[in-house]
Write a protein that binds this ligand. Structure first.
Ligand SMILES: [Zn+2]
Length: 232
């Protein structure tokens, strides 16, 4: 089981990787449950002190409870912490949540274009249609967070139309990789549509063959960690 120090480092690594890949700027945030507790470690709210996500440090992460109340930390939690807390409350299987305003997925969602399995490595993520929450409000209370979590259902990603995405998984690494993969799929969708063509949707048997034979998330995380210059 990961220690709190290791989880703080993973969140900082996630911030740096997503910043390097252009998925986040000063907005967006990853979080993780502290094992054996009802508390959550989360990147703090952006401020005059907390700016570019490739500089957020493990010690900067703050602790909140599942009501969104700040328990520990110098800085305040993000105003949209209810994205995280409401998903954790609805989904005991979820250990990590990532929220981004990643540009390609957001634009594709604004156009109400579904993100389909069109790239083989990323295809399994969207084999089931990505749920869309047609609301661009800041998720600043339990009512909004619960509506979003209900839309997510048992999926790994949910689109917040006109806003961004949320990704939920068993680890920080997988939640981050799912956001990265969704962005790849969204960009590829855009590029094929810009060619005036309809993308070929990969059928289930081809998705399942690739999933059964591809490398695990640990290998992909190691690659992105190297790209971003972190030690994970
Ligand atoms: Zn947001």
């Amino acid at each position: 089981m990961a220690t709190e120090a290791e989880l703080r480092q993973l969140l900082a690594d996630s911030c740096r990787i997503m910043a390097r890949l252009g998925l986040v700027d000063y907005m967006g945030h990853p979080s993780v449950r502290i094992p054996g507790t009802d508390r959550v470690l989360i990147k703090p709210r952006h401020s005059l002190r907390i700016r570019s996500q490739d500089r957020v440090r493990p010690d900067d992460m703050v602790v909140i409870d599942l009501d969104g109340k700040l328990i520990e930390g110098k800085d305040g939690p993000p105003s949209e912490r209810f994205i995280h807390t409401c998903i954790y409350r609805a989904r005991p299987d979820v250990q990590a949540v990532v929220h981004t305003h990643q540009p390609w997925a957001t634009v594709i969602g604004v156009g109400s274009v579904p993100i389909k399995p069109i790239l083989h490595v990323q295809s399994s993520l969207v084999e089931k249609p990505v749920p869309v929450w047609p609301c661009a409000k800041l998720v600043t209370d339990n009512d909004l967070g619960e509506a979003l979590a209900k839309t997510l259902g048992d999926h790994s990603v949910v689109h917040l139309q006109g806003h961004g995405v949320a990704s939920a998984a068993a680890t920080v690494q997988e939640a981050t990789l799912n956001a990265i993969h969704l962005e790849h799929l969204a960009e590829a969708t855009w590029r094929v549509l810009a060619m005036g063509r309809e993308p070929r949707v990969i059928p289930p048997d081809e998705i399942h063959q690739r999933t059964a034979t591809g490398v695990g998330w640990e290998v992909r995380w190691a690659y992105y960690a190297e790209v971003a210059g972190v030690k994970s």
